[in-house]
Design a protein around this ligand. Structure first.
Ligand code: AMP
Length: 423
């Protein structure tokens, strides 16, 4: 049946065998199913909750104490995951502790991925695959895979290691264009070059914003998209399925609001599914992926992919019976995922999310206004992430709402978020 169509329209995965469900033993015993989270932020916390609901043992790892998922995990470990020797020691210690099965679940990009590849070759289960973690660690791996190996449509791009190369690239890609450190996320070090004279300032800005200091940048043609979406794509034992498209607004390269479903033409939706299926199939394994796409008319340009739940997908906490976190956990454990005849995971209602950002540095920050936010509408829900420190721009919580359509839900979520503040 591999590569064929199921009666639900879901495509079966080449190379993925149906997983024989294993029983779930008690956590902290040698019969446990253990998830080791590499990264313990708000997304990891929701993954942890879903896994714990199935009786899994959760080990939360991050580089600082008190990270959101650590607060609820069975065990937590502070480790610099980008340091190969530290990561190897932690993962081999975990592997040596008795359990029935263990999965390593990355939640962020800054990980010493060669260690994951080395341990995967030794039999460790890395979600979705160590290759996916490696390729998505920097913008170059994913862009070359999508554009050059898979031939998927993207903006024109060049990679540069110096200001001189950047000036040449700006001339060849054309203005306006976007400059981003290859090792960065959430818009850090990212700027728009409007005229060739901006190249130097963009180069300097990128050098300050990259994850590992001085380094390589990608220059991308600026896409005048009509809108951008995240297409959450789930590869599971039964095939590939999708969540309804999620629209979002980004500011300073970071998400502020998201909503689901975003209306799309049939042609753009079909093309989005094609692009998402191609890139996630190349990354392999099972799990949920956040495929970021720019849409212009019926044209779809691939932008990025995260081989894990996506921040804009927090809206699914309100809109789906199985949120993106529940879907990720089901997919990686080989459990079934319901979908309709078009291959979409059912929604309960249209909905929206709006984030709460800190504006100041503070330790032991207080999130205020939760009651006022909830009083905006009976559909409002709030997640407070419980982060131990705040700094300007740090995401501290999110307001969620549903409505008769996504626009109505957006208004409610935005108003609810406006009642929240960090002190
Ligand atoms: P990224 O960190 O690459 O996901 O970029 C963050 C946001 O910046 C995207 O969600 C877009 O809103 C915007 N952006 C990034 N690249 C481009 C581009 N080539 N053209 C237009 N907007 C872009």
């Amino acid at each position: 049946m591999q590569g064929g169509q199921t009666h639900t329209g879901a495509r079966l995965l080449a190379g993925i065998l149906p997983v024989v469900p294993t029983p779930f033993g008690p956590p902290l015993t040698d019969q446990a199913t253990r998830l080791v989270l590499l990264g313990s932020g708000e997304l990891g916390r929701e993954v942890a909750i879903e896994a714990m609901r199935l009786g899994c043992e959760v080990v939360a790892i991050d580089r600082y104490e008190g990270a959101p998922a650590m607060q609820i995990a069975h065990r937590s470990i502070v480790c610099s995951m980008s340091e190969a020797s530290e990561l190897r020691t932690v993962l081999t210690n975990e592997r040596d502790r008795p359990c029935a099965r263990m999965l390593v679940v990355p939640e962020l990009e800054a990980i010493a991925t060669p260690v994951l590849q080395e341990l995967e070759a030794d039999g460790l289960h890395v979600v979705p695959t160590a290759l996916a973690a490696r390729l998505s660690m920097d913008r170059e791996g994913i862009r070359r895979l999508a554009a050059e190996e898979l031939g998927l449509p993207t903006s024109p791009y060049r990679f540069c290691d110096s200001l001189e190369e950047l000036e040449e690239a700006v001339a060849s890609v054309g203005t306006p264009c976007v400059v981003k450190p290859v090792m960065s996320s959430s818009g850090k070090g990212q700027s728009v070059v409007r005229t060739p004279a901006d190249a130097e300032a963009s180069w300097q800005y990128a050098q300050e914003g990259g994850r590992v200091g001085l380094g390589r940048v990608i220059v991308e043609g600026f896409v005048e998209f009509d809108y951008e979406i995240t297409l959450l794509t789930v590869r599971h034992a039964g095939g590939t399925v999708y969540c309804k498209p999620i629209g979002h607004v980004q500011e300073d390269g970071d998400y502020r609001e998201s909503w689901q479903p975003h209306p799309m033409s049939e042609a753009a939706l079909a093309e989005s599914k094609r692009v998402a299926a191609a890139v996630t199939e190349a990354l392999g394994g099972t799990g949920l992926f956040g495929v970021e796409l720019f849409i212009r008319g019926d044209e779809v340009l691939f932008s990025e992919v995260s081989p894990r739940p996506h921040d804009t997908g927090m809206v699914t906490l309100a809109t789906q019976r199985l949120s993106e976190f529940a879907l990720h956990v089901r997919a990686i454990l080989g459990l079934p995922i319901p979908s309709d005849e078009d291959g979409f995971v059912p929604q309960i209602a249209p909905g929206a999310s709006a984030v709460l950002l800190a504006t100041e540095v503070s330790s032991e920050p207080l999130v205020e206004g939760v009651a006022e936010a909830m009083a905006v509408d009976p559909t409002v829900d709030v997640r407070v992430f419980g982060k131990p420190d705040a700094r300007p721009g740090r995401r501290m919580g999110v307001a969620l709402a549903t409505g008769t359509d996504a626009d109505a839900a957006r208004l409610v979520a935005r108003e609810a978020a406006s009642k929240l503040r960090v002190r």
